[in-house]
Design a protein around this ligand. Structure first.
Ligand code: SF4
Length: 345
């Protein structure tokens, strides 16, 4: 771990037991498990943005919650500023909560509809016993609302969430996260519930705040264009694994893994003449239970060959800093695959 690796996640797993009927559980030899996060590793340098992209069911939301230890990991390590927080007890974790915050997809998840905006934003200060007086806390709340451009704050303090627009509600949720002066923020699809017209405003606000406060973000999205806009590095998740990782432009402009290529091929482009080559993948993303042996993408992969059905690929460095979990590259680099068989050639 380098000094600049503010967040380092190593082989992180979260497996959930599948709920079944009493009869089924009596008959079953082993409890079936959903491998929502199944051994992911990545680092996030201080003050940078790491994007996690993936379709629904890829495990990206669970990954974000596990990194914050809002959901306990099954195994693996999470280093925060050099310390493995999976070893922290409840008390030590409580002290750290101030420094790591979550911004939800739906601001209603973090805003109680019966609380005024003031009550919602002041609550974290009260929980962490920050501010010596009501007056001081009121000042901090007003400043936080100004920081997210809810100006003048007096116009918002005593309104309720339902009286605000979706964009204003998400700004309040950001103010609520920011008021504790965190160092690390997990933003889970923070604009996907907002009108397209105001998404860029909220994304730009998040970028401004990141720069202003030197924040480190883990930015989770299903939208590849948003991942490209926000992140410097990105990991693509498929069925609980990161199957491709690297600088955002290397991964999204020149993807190596057949799944990333298929995701990119599915992105609409404005000019039909420049339509990307179709890369049909078969079927829907399966549930992360009873994963196929070998590469978990093999049932849908147009390039699958024998080895893909027997072994699970690890990340192979296709270029420095750019990895793809696909045997094709390993086979090619070992000279066992002739040129022209790689998906992007
Ligand atoms: Fe396809 Fe095999 Fe590569 Fe998996 S390892 S993505 S099945 S070619």
């Amino acid at each position: 771990m380098t000094e600049e690796d503010f967040i380092r996640v190593e082989n992180l797993k979260k497996h959930f037991p599948v709920r079944q009927s009493i009869l089924a559980s009596l008959k079953a030899k082993d409890v079936p498990m959903v491998k929502a996060v199944d051994g992911i590793s990545f680092t996030v340098p201080r003050g940078s943005i790491f994007g996690i992209v993936g379709e629904s069911g890829s495990g990206k939301t669970t990954a974000g919650r596990v990194v914050l230890r809002l959901v306990e990991p099954t195994s693996g390590s999470i280093y925060f500023n050099g310390e493995d927080i999976t070893k922290f007890d409840r008390e030590k974790m409580k002290g750290l909560r101030r420094e790591m915050q979550l911004i939800f997809q739906d601001p209603f998840e973090s805003l109680n509809p019966r609380m005024t905006i003031y009550e919602a934003v002041v609550e974290p200060l009260e929980i962490h016993k920050i501010g010596n007086s009501d007056e001081e806390r009121r000042k901090l709340v007003s400043e936080a609302l100004e920081e997210v451009q809810l100006i003048p704050p007096e116009d918002f303090l005593f309104r309720f969430p339902h009286e605000l627009s979706g964009g204003q509600r998400q700004r309040v949720a950001i103010a609520r996260a920011l008021i504790l002066r965190p160092k690390f923020i997990v933003a889970d699809e923070p604009v996907s519930m907002l009108d397209v017209s105001i998404r860029t405003e909220v994304l730009n606000l998040m970028l401004d705040l990141q720069e202003r406060f030197g924040l480190t973000y883990l930015f989770i999205t299903h939208d590849l264009a948003i991942a490209r806009y926000m992140s410097s590095r990105v990991g693509v998740m498929y069925l609980g694994k990161i199957i491709e990782i690297g600088d955002v432009r290397d991964v999204l402009d020149d993807p190596d893994h057949p799944y990333t290529q298929a995701l990119m091929a599915a992105v609409p482009v404005p000019d039909a003449a420049k339509k990307r080559g179709d890369l049909p993948i078969r079927g829907e993303t399966p549930q992360p239970i009873n994963l196929p042996p070998g590469c978990r993408f093999n049932p849908r992969c147009p390039y699958a060959f024998d080895r893909c059905f027997k072994e699970e690929p690890g990340l192979f460095a296709v270029e420095p800093g750019h990895g793809a979990a696909c045997f094709l590259y390993e086979e090619f680099h070992k000279g066992r695959l002739e040129r022209g068989r790689l998906p992007r050639e």
